[in-house]
Design a protein around this ligand. Structure first.
Ligand code: ADP
Ligand code: MG
Length: 699
């Protein structure tokens, strides 16, 4: 029976070769099944027939029933128009065409009833309808059109060939009417009744041709549920699998290094949250099951020290650890930072980046293979195939959203037994994403900032307020603080951005002249050595102001910097703004973030700026960000290829997602391999998927 669904689309009545070609090329519809799953993007309420006598101003699209009485051509300025008189017994109405006269003349017959659909407008004091949609008034058309009428997307090419939404509607109608059509169920019956869902067959019928608005809601819900349910089955199955087949390294004990460092060299007391996540990680690393954990903590919450303590546990158990950072600057900072923290301990740390000389690199790789090197820090240079470890036990990835899934999995494969993986991110993951693209990772959260931090004050200033901003900067500089000024750098207009940055640098240098003030500049076009040099000067406090592009966005830590000025702030996304702001507020001083914008702001930009002014809460900010941009835009989601959801929308369907996740989780715990007959549909669905998509191993 399911063969019928696989019938090539050209065999559907009303398709033919030309249309079949268009359907395949333009909409990827190759089979009957594809057409069935080509859902309408909305429905138009045509359940009501209006009377011409009822017409009034400001009506939306309406539907009329009546006959054409007169058809004539009229000369107008630039050509001709075709005018017909349409009557429904209550009154008359002019129908007007500026194009397609030949076609109109062919289809319009006298003494025949038609269904008309269009938007009434007033012209010369009278109502008329221009270019309405016209269909014969008969049972079939009433059923098909005078209902909640589905609207389908078509492309420009299709429109040129008169192959529009209504034509697709007719095809779907033909298919759904066919007696041979059976739409197989793919959810277990028990689940359907427990969750009060429509059956699949009913839902598919109703998503195209709902009999009521309520039925449309139920159909949509059922199909969304199904999408999210299978998404969860895939994600959770992987998670359960990891637990079922323990193949991880077990770090049996906490040893000398960890204890010595903890007791003698910790530069501050850990927050309760830091202690808690270390315990959570500790349990994972001991369990014998490979850890895949996401460590989430707002900027400045102190993830680095957690990373270090975990690495010490690995080394205590005779394993190596590696820390991967998304940028050169950040890798360096981690390196210097960790090296300093570890001065008193017999732990060797090295930095491997694209700038490492051949000679250094060779030595480093030797030490890595022999095992004499304990910790390797670096950028993506770490995942080159020439980098081989003796016994890699722990991989820490900082600011994960800059790394693609594929890049991560390459690191993951560097050992026979998979090393534990800890992914650290300051980008809070909204709940819906935590349940989806990160749904197979366990999550630890540092939800507490170190004591003594003052919330950053954020304000919005227009160009007209710049002098006052300069004055304020001078005040703060006189107290010995440092300042960041960040300019946007976006690929498409890179040249202009670069000019803005240079201009900015020059005007800042004029307003803050030597020798009293020293201004640094850092951007992506500089030689890495120059960049590092400038960065280092700022870190050491030798310069007061750092003018930069977003290269400084991630992770840089200069506690004495207390002001972040973001130029053209309207051009940044919310999470980026929050990241940038997180560069200040790291010391005990009151810090400020000043968002400079032009005078004209779109609504979305206004919302972003306002959100920043009102909140320092990364979680809240990421929820707003998700609402504004949608998950498809969030870093890292696109490449995961996981969210190609047709109907479900993570912005609005959190509720259904949660239900689907619970059901999937329960099903997996009861019948992991779907051996029960009633769970066979799920198994079949999964098998089908397996052939069409490769599922990546991490996130
Ligand atoms: P992030 O989570 O953004 O990576 P870092 O690890 O860079 O944060 O820490 C930010 C700053 O806070 C650093 O200067 C770090 O030394 C400091 N810090 C971290 N934990 C604590 C703590 N428990 N008490 C005081 N300062 C801390
Ligand atoms: Mg960090």
């Amino acid at each position: 029976m399911s063969d019928f669904l696989q019938t090539p689309i050209e065999f559907l009545k009303g398709v033919g070769q030309a249309r079949a070609d268009l359907l395949k090329k333009e909409l990827n519809i190759f089979t009957f099944e594809n057409l069935l799953y080509f859902y309408p993007y909305r429905h138009i309420d045509r359940t009501r027939f209006y009377k011409i006598a009822e017409l009034q101003d400001d009506l939306p699209y309406i539907q009329l029933r009546g006959k054409f009485t007169d058809l004539r051509s009229e000369k107008i300025n630039r050509g001709q128009r075709l005018v017909a008189n349409f009557t429904d017994g209550s009154n008359n109405l002019e129908i007007v065409w500026f194009q397609g006269a030949k076609w109109v003349k062919e289809i319009i017959k006298p003494n025949t009833e038609y269904i008309l659909f269009g938007k009434p407008t007033i012209f010369n004091g009278k109502f008329n309808i221009v270019h309405p949609s016209i269909d014969l008034y008969n049972d079939e058309n009433i059923k098909m059109l005078s209902a909640l009428m589905p609207m389908y997307n078509t492309t420009e090419k299709m429109k040129q060939r008169n192959f529009e939404s209504k034509a697709i509607l007719k095809l779907v109608h033909t298919l759904l009417k066919d007696e041979r059509l059976i739409i197989p169920e793919d959810l277990p019956n028990e689940l359907i009744s427990k969750e009060k869902l429509l059956t699949r067959g009913k839902a598919i019928h109703a998503i195209h041709f709902p009999r009521s608005a309520d039925e449309l809601i139920l159909a949509t819900e059922r199909l969304k549920f199904e999408e999210l349910f299978f998404l969860q089955i895939k994600i959770l199955r992987y998670k359960v699998q990891r637990g079922k087949f323990p193949n991880g390294i077990s770090f049996e004990h906490i040893g000398e290094l960890f204890n010595t460092f903890y007791e003698k060299h910790l530069p501050f007391n850990l927050t309760e949250a830091q202690k808690r996540v270390i315990r959570e990680i500790r349990v994972d690393m001991k369990s014998g099951i490979q850890m895949n954990r996401l460590l989430q903590g707002d900027v400045g919450s102190g993830k680095t020290i957690v990373a270090l303590l975990c690495m010490l546990i690995a080394i205590d158990n005779n394993y190596q650890a590696t820390l991967m950072a998304p940028t050169e600057i950040l890798a360096q900072q981690h390196f210097h930072n960790l090296k300093e923290l570890l001065t008193e301990l017999p732990v060797s740390v090295q930095l491997l980046t694209g700038n490492t000389t051949m000679k250094e690199r060779k030595k480093m790789l030797q030490d890595l293979e022999s095992g004499s090197l304990n910790i390797l820090i670096g950028t993506h240079a770490l995942i080159e195939s020439s980098v081989q470890y003796k016994n890699l036990g722990l991989v820490i990835i900082d600011e994960q959203h800059r790394f693609g899934v594929e890049q991560r999995s390459r690191l993951w494969q560097k050992n026979e037994k998979p090393p534990h993986v800890l992914v650290m991110t300051a980008t809070p993951i909204p709940r819906t994403l935590a349940m989806t693209i990160y749904g197979d990772l366990d999550v630890s959260v540092i939800d507490e900032l170190p004591a003594g931090r003052k919330p950053i004050k954020t304000v919005h200033r227009f160009e007209s307020g710049r002098l006052a901003v300069f004055e304020f900067m001078k005040q703060e500089l006189s107290k010995g603080r440092q300042i960041y000024i960040v300019y946007p750098l976006i690929a498409e207009s890179e040249k202009m951005d670069y000019m803005n940055l240079q201009d900015g640098f020059e005007s800042i240098s004029r307003a803050f002249p030597l020798p009293q003030y020293k201004v640094s500049i850092v951007h992506g076009k500089m030689k890495p050595t120059d960049k590092d040099f400038e960065m280092a000067r700022f870190v050491k406090g030798e310069t007061n102001i750092m003018v930069a592009t977003t290269v400084i966005e991630v992770g840089v830590n200069v506690p004495n910097a207390s002001i972040m000025i973001i130029e053209s702030a309207e051009r940044f996304g919310l999470s980026q703004l929050h990241q940038l702001r997180g560069r200040v507020g790291r010391g005990a001083e009151q810090s400020y973030c000043i968002l400079m914008t032009g005078n004209k702001l779109g609504n979305e930009a206004k919302t972003r700026i306002k959100t920043m002014e009102q909140s320092n809460d990364g979680f809240y900010i990421s929820e707003v960000d998700l609402k504004l941009r949608g998950p498809g835009d969030l870093d890292g989601t696109q490449q995961s290829g996981l969210l190609d959801l047709k109907l479900a929308d993570l912005k609005t369907d959190e509720h259904i997602l949660q239900r689907a996740r619970n059901c999937a989780s329960q099903l997996l715990s009861e019948d992991y391999n779907f051996t029960q007959p009633e769970n066979l549909p799920v198994k079949l669905w999964l098998n089908k998927q397996h052939h069409s998509k490769v599922w990546s191993r991490i996130s």
